[in-house]
Write a protein of this length. Sequence first.
Length: 364
Amino acid sequence: MQRNKYKVCVYGICKNEEKFIDTWYNSVKEADAIYVLDTGSTDNTVELLKKLDKVEVTVAKIDPWRFDTARNKSLNLVPEDFDICVCQDFDEVFKEGWRKELEDHWSTSTTRARYNYNWSLDSNDKPIVSFYIEKIHQRKNYKWTHPVHEVLTYTGSDKENMITIDTITLNHYPDQTKSRSNYLPLLELSIKESPEDDRNTHYLGREYMYYGRWEESIDTLIKHLNLKTATWKDERAASMRFIARSYKHLNRLEEARMWLDKAIKEAPYLRDAYVERGILEYEEEDYKRASKYLLKALNIKSHQKTYINEVFSWDNTVYDLLSICMYKQNKLIEALYYTNKALELSPKDERLLRNKEILEELLK
């Protein structure tokens, strides 16, 4: 198939991203042009970007700040004659060859593409949490909506035609030092603007949980569960788990157990609620019951391709806790087995290595 039959651009927003520029640019330079809206960098981001081929930088202040406003302003920088637009943040990196894969799959009737997104990776770049993302789209008939946790919304009169490209992968390497302090007020604004929006009602309840505002978290997440549009079982189960976490912090453990059991019933194909139920029992020193739930979690072998998956359900956590539970029950052979399984995922973990030595000594 002929290469470069479409005009492809990358666009995005940035603020103080100088440490990400090299890897980001090497990832996006397959595009014909790159349009960046800088929203107020105080480091060398703008100066560094201006030195790069294909990159056009515009500086603008967004006041009051909203993510959808910023993304729409960055999209407006893209000339109308581009066929395909790729929205990409600076902490995201495409695997090489994405442009060819995009051109090979795109057609003149395509409006949007979804592709693999590795939201969380281990130290060896092995994906922990992966799902589809949908930020590649045609130039016209799209806009970003919602002040935070913004989504790309189709505005055309014809039916949207989305394709899936499993051969495109985007990796996420987040800056853990960045503040999320503006998320809560923006989520509250989002619900004020769209009180029946189930997605951001869920996010708002989660955000209250992050802030330790337990009662507000519980009330908001129950509101999410009661919305008629809240039908996605994965997200409903997550709301139930977050309600359980809030009750746990309020030391209302029976209510926490009840909500975790509800989450298991809602989405029995997800590991997360089993793991959290196991953690609760582990912390209560009921090692036999904790083992039961952790083993049930391990019976689920595959990820769902959604953002809902928790990192702790797929890293060494389950094996680590099971090894301790088995040790506490004087099941030393099983304890060593699960310690070794945990070490397969974290081979340099010093505590796990010490546990292995202790167990091997006890088994002599």
